[in-house]
Design a protein around this ligand. Sequence first.
Ligand SMILES: Nc1nc2c(ncn2[C@@H]2O[C@H](COP(=O)(O)OP(=O)(O)OP(=O)(O)O)[C@@H](O)[C@H]2O)c(=O)[nH]1
Ligand SMILES: [Mg+2]
Length: 251
Amino acid sequence: MSEQYAGIGRVLVIIPTYNEADNVRSIVGRARAAVPEADILIADDNSPDGTGAIADELAAADSHVHVLHRAGKEGLGAAYLAGFAWARDQGYDAVVEMDADGSHSPEELPKLLDALGDADAVLGSRWVPGGTVLNWPLSRHLISRTGNLYTRLALRMPFKDATGGYRAYRMKALDAMDLDGVASQGYCFQVDLAWRAYRQGHRVVEVPITFAERQRGASKMSSAIVREALWRVTVWGVQARVRGIRDRLKV
Ligand SMILES: Nc1nc2c(ncn2[C@@H]2O[C@H](COP(=O)(O)OP(=O)(O)OP(=O)(O)O)[C@@H](O)[C@H]2O)c(=O)[nH]1
Ligand SMILES: [Mg+2]
């Protein structure tokens, strides 16, 4: 059972997993050490490599660790939405999104939570001063930088890293964001939530993080994920401009 995190309340760190058997033990251990007050929820999509069974072992050994077993692979967004619903049911005050593959360093959890003390949402950011990416090929740098530039221009949203997935949200902020309407799956899920938070007028801050390429296991990144982000962001951008024109004409 989690304890109160100063200024925030009960915190749940949600770690979605699909075939992360080589990573899940170490990431949970590091997270527990970094924020002992928080609870951990592993949201596993019935990974064929047995990640779910390892997660069960971790939960049996530590009352701060929980597992959400899902029937099959439905994408990162669906796993997070299920995790948020679980957190709401259990009365948590804040949730953190963190990858299982070590790209997000659990040792930076206190930094994210400290920032949440004065915010509704905190985006771990690779592209603000102090943020870094380690061991990425040039192609990944280009995809991320171009994707974020396009997102900023299309949505006129100030964030430098709207696609990153290392984040903290207050539950109250998520509750105000109409998550039932979220259909995005891959990276686009992160843009979708940032866009909803921004439009709601939530206090959103970016804090620099060091992002490291995964060392073990296979990436689930695909061209379909990039395509989904591109068309959804374009549609949202056009919708926002149409809304703006309509609002001006009414005046
Ligand atoms: N539950 C669940 N977790 C997923 C799914 N797809 C990815 N994940 C997890 O989400 C996190 C991020 O996925 P990655 O494969 O690292 O994808 P990525 O970070 O976008 O790509 P890389 O930067 O290449 O690692 C990891 O913890 C994955 O195990 C899914 O369909 N279901
Ligand atoms: Mg990754």
